[in-house]
Ligand binder design. Structure first.
Ligand code: PMP
Length: 454
């Protein structure tokens, strides 16, 4: 099918779960049509906007992405943890179609509408804690994080914000300051927002500390270098995403929350990547028994439509004065319709349980591989958020070259895998939960074979 105007013609095809759920290579990756489009991209789009998989998508559904040459790739990345319910989930498609034919926009700050309020109610109900909550909607994860910090500062009347080593919170000015890794996220883009401090994380594979020891190290740094009464907020991903899917040691997060409560500091859990069933619970905070004051969400919330949220204690959320929060598109009705449909799918299709089942398949495969392969330093994760960290067996040093070679080889074989990590030495698995076991295992066969051959 070609959608066209007088001047623009773009190849699109029907997608959704009806798309054959198969890996199918009919050309090399990239094929000639994708190659041609990549050349157009290079001429029209700045190099700063990179890409991981050298194809151009024309359709996607369930757990596969079809490219312009007719190749069908198994998706183990969900567009970075977004299409968790599966690409073009039927409920999402129907809800979006209905909404787009009804109205596309009023601006919630001009004329409110019910779907925004319904998304806020769902978030208030689903996020951890039974206290009174409120939610505000935005467009992107970075925007949600920016607003969470605004709210925490206004509530506390303080300025300092503490983020952590290996943290990732976005690419806007304030969120670049919060993000740890310079290349590619920050390098040359300063000056960065002031009053952002970085504390050491719990990274069991690399620091060998207990949760209590790692928390003590972080809290000592905060108290000695900033002062507890100066801190508006601590922001942390319960499991760090871009930083390498780092699961903190038991007790680390609860100790930070306890310190925040004792010092009047707002604890913000950035669940942009971990939220919405991904880790086997609706929110990763639940695994650690913590109740954040504020929680930021995006990605999986609306199955690919741009939507993000800040949810938290009503008294903190209400600290911002009328008109102090918002934006033209925040909580756009089409994105809200998609979110309500996606949330319905998470709940009625028991997707968190599916995430747990898929995660154990992935972990088992790599734990098995690790027995005979000392290059696999660590296999970790929760639910369908699994990482494999590669090291040089002789030195234990991160092996980014091996990681990139394995990912490239898997992609060439029709499996979309993503890498991450401060040291670039982690392959991360974020499959759509609509992916069946047969395709999941086929994809893992390819990744493990690529590792054996590397
Ligand atoms: N926080 C976390 C934990 C993320 O993983 C991301 C995106 N990778 C962001 C914030 C930023 O989200 P966005 O790209 O939608 O701005």
């Amino acid at each position: 099918m070609t959608a066209s105007t007088d001047h623009i013609a773009v190849d699109i095809l029907p997608g959704g779960p009806a798309l054959p759920q198969e890996r199918r290579l009919v050309t090399a990756i990239p094929g000639p049509r994708s190659q041609e489009l990549l050349e157009r991209k290079a001429a029209a789009v700045p190099v700063g906007i990179g890409h991981t998989v050298p194809i151009h998508a024309v359709a996607a559904g369930g757990g596969v992405v079809v490219d312009a040459d007719g190749n069908s790739l198994i998706d183990l990345g969900s567009g970075i943890a977004v299409t968790t319910v599966g690409n073009s989930h039927p409920k999402v498609v129907e809800a979006v179609q209905r909404q787009v034919a009804s109205f596309t926009h009023t601006c919630f700050m001009v004329s409110p509408y019910e779907s925004y309020v319904a998304v806020a109610e769902a978030l208030n109900r689903l996020t951890p804690g039974d206290h009174e909550k409120k939610s505000a909607l935005f467009n992107s994860g970075a925007e949600a994080v920016e607003n969470a910090i605004k709210i925490a500062r206004k509530h506390t009347g303080r300025q300092a914000v503490v983020a952590f080593d290996h943290g990732y919170h976005g690419r806007t000015n304030l969120t670049m300051a919060l993000t740890a890794k310079t290349m590619p996220y920050k390098h040359g883009f300063g000056p960065f927002a002031p009053e952002v401090y970085r504390a050491p994380l719990s990274y069991p594979f690399r620091d060998g500390l207990s949760g209590a020891e790692a928390a003590k190290r972080a809290i000592t740094m905060i108290e000695k270098q900033i002062g507890g009464d100066q801190v508006a907020a601590i922001i942390i991903e319960p499991i760090q995403g871009e930083g390498g899917f780092i699961v903190p040691a038991d007790g680390f997060l609860p100790a930070l929350v306890e310190w925040c409560r004792a010092n009047g500091v707002v604890f913000i859990a950035d669940e942009v990547q971990t939220g919405f069933g991904r880790t086997g619970r609706m929110f990763a905070s639940e695994h650690f028994g913590i109740v954040p004051d504020l929680i930021t969400t995006a990605k999986g919330i609306a199955a690919g439509l741009p939507l993000a949220a800040v949810t938290g204690r009503a008294e903190i959320m209400d600290a911002a004065h009328p008109g102090g929060l918002g934006g033209t598109y925040g909580g756009n009705p089409i994105a809200c319709a998609a979110a309500l449909a996606a949330i319905d799918a998470y709940e009625t299709e028991d997707l968190p349980a599916r995430a747990t089942a898929m995660g154990s398949v992935i972990v088992d495969r790599f734990t098995e591989a690790q027995r005979g392969d000392a290059r696999i330093g660590d296999v970790r994760g929760l639910g369908a958020m699994v990482a494999v960290e590669f090291v040089d067996p002789a030195t234990g040093e991160p092996d980014a070259a091996l990681t990139s070679a394995v990912a490239k080889a898997a992609i060439a074989q029709g499996v979309i895998v993503l890498t991450c990590g401060t040291f670039g030495n982690v392959i991360r698995f974020l499959p759509p939960l609509a992916l069946g076991d047969e395709l999941l295992n086929e994809a893992l066969d390819i990744v493990t074979a690529a590792l054996a051959a590397a």
